[in-house]
Design a protein around this ligand. Structure first.
Ligand code: ADP
Length: 255
């Protein structure tokens, strides 16, 4: 009953009955585990030095009189901020993957969560003159871990703004379909080319590194979204048209 010992079982139809194949995947499981532990440890070890570098740079920027040097320090600060988000996202992913964090599912008022998420993104949205619209019914409830649900929506709405055009909009909507509560985040942004759609939920995947680089990001946001949906027993879908916008749907099982 050791968690590192594992077997996978496959069944095949055969001429005179059923063929049973048992594969020893112990080595594979051990490898996967040590890989995850390594990522978790490195991310953890990087957190403190990055925080220190950031605060040193902030102090130097404040005191620097020379415009050219100030500019260089500001560039270094932005890169260390990118590093910080990367490390934070990696830590979130490893925690989600390890499954050691239990979900605290409860009945959550979605409209309220969306409002909180909008508050967080407001400034960035105003810079781009992107309108944030909450179309969720005020009484709509989802059965979810509130903190994880907030993180999921934060990533989707953040992307909706980041990859939007000036004066665009991001709309959040929700409805019941079969046994699921469906949350929709739609934007009027640049869209995702069809050939990239199957991969956007993969770790580190970024559609076009030149266009994505301008806006910054780690390529981990959507894989966090997917992980959270899956850990709730749900799923995610995306639909998009290049130049017109994207619609992400998150399906969460009803209680
Ligand atoms: P990133 O940190 O790059 O935003 P994500 O995992 O959140 O990483 O997204 C992966 C890629 O999918 C992005 O780099 C971007 O190219 C594309 N993408 C995600 N959301 C949208 C969106 N709403 N509109 C257009 N492209 C998007």
């Amino acid at each position: 009953e050791h968690e590192d010992v594992g077997y996978s079982v496959d069944l095949f139809p055969a001429k005179d009955g059923i063929l049973l194949r048992i594969t020893d995947i112990t080595q594979l499981k051990r490898y996967e585990r040590s890989k995850k532990e390594f990522i978790a440890n490195v991310s953890h070890e990087l957190k403190t030095p990055i925080t220190i570098i950031k605060s040193i740079l902030e102090t130097l920027i404040e005191e620097e009189q020379d415009e050219k040097k100030k500019n260089m320090l500001e560039r270094a600060l932005r890169r260390s901020e990118d590093m910080k988000s990367l490390v934070e996202d990696l830590l979130i992913i490893t925690k989600l993957e390890s499954g050691e964090e239990k979900l605290g599912k409860e009945s959550v008022n979605l409209w309220e969560v969306v409002e909180l998420v909008f508050d967080d993104i407001m400034e960035m949205a105003q810079d781009k003159k992107v309108q944030l619209i909450n179309r969720v019914d005020k009484s709509f409830k989802v059965y979810a871990d509130q903190e994880k649900l907030t993180l999921l929506l934060l990533n989707l709405v953040d992307n909706g703004v980041k990859y939007n055009k000036m004066n665009g909009e991001v709309v959040v909507n929700a409805y019941i379909q079969d046994t699921y509560a469906v949350i929709e985040v739609s934007d009027t942004g640049i869209g995702i080319p069809k050939e990239h759609l199957p991969f956007v939920f993969e770790r580190f995947y970024r559609v076009d590194s030149s266009r994505s680089k301008e806006v910054g990001g780690t390529g981990l946001g959507l894989s966090i979204v997917k992980h959270i949906a899956l850990s709730h027993g749900g799923k995610v879908q995306v639909e998009s048209k290049e130049g017109e916008g994207s619609r992400f749907r998150v399906f969460l099982p009803l209680k």
